[in-house]
Design a protein around this ligand. Structure first.
Ligand SMILES: [Zn+2]
Length: 98
């Protein structure tokens, strides 16, 4: 009877150790996959409109809400408050508000 109890305990111990190893491996794999995905994406996760196009994502182009000229989003002047458009310059932003 003592022998049976020993085997039950031994098998339970081995099973729990194997389960822990499997969980640790899965966690490590997920961390590696996350790191690789972040490396491939380049910039850290941009929530809105961040579509992975492979390599560096092209600059977003916006149109001036006043004259319609196209310019990179980083060069655009953002409208303040209620007029939340993009403008090519401060003059056009102010002209649109008036
Ligand atoms: Zn303009």
């Amino acid at each position: 009877m003592g022998k049976l109890l020993f085997w039950v305990v031994a098998i339970a111990l081995i099973w729990s150790v194997l389960t822990l190893i499997r969980i640790a491996q899965r966690k490590q794999e997920r961390a590696q996959a996350d790191a690789e995905a972040r490396r491939r994406a380049g910039a850290p996760g941009g929530g809105a409109g961040g579509r992975g196009t492979g390599g560096r994502a092209p600059e977003r182009i916006v149109a001036c809400a006043h004259c319609g000229v196209y310019l990179p989003y980083s060069d655009a002047v953002r409208g303040r408050g209620s007029d939340s458009g993009d403008y090519c310059c401060v003059e056009h932003r102010d002209a649109a508000r008036r």
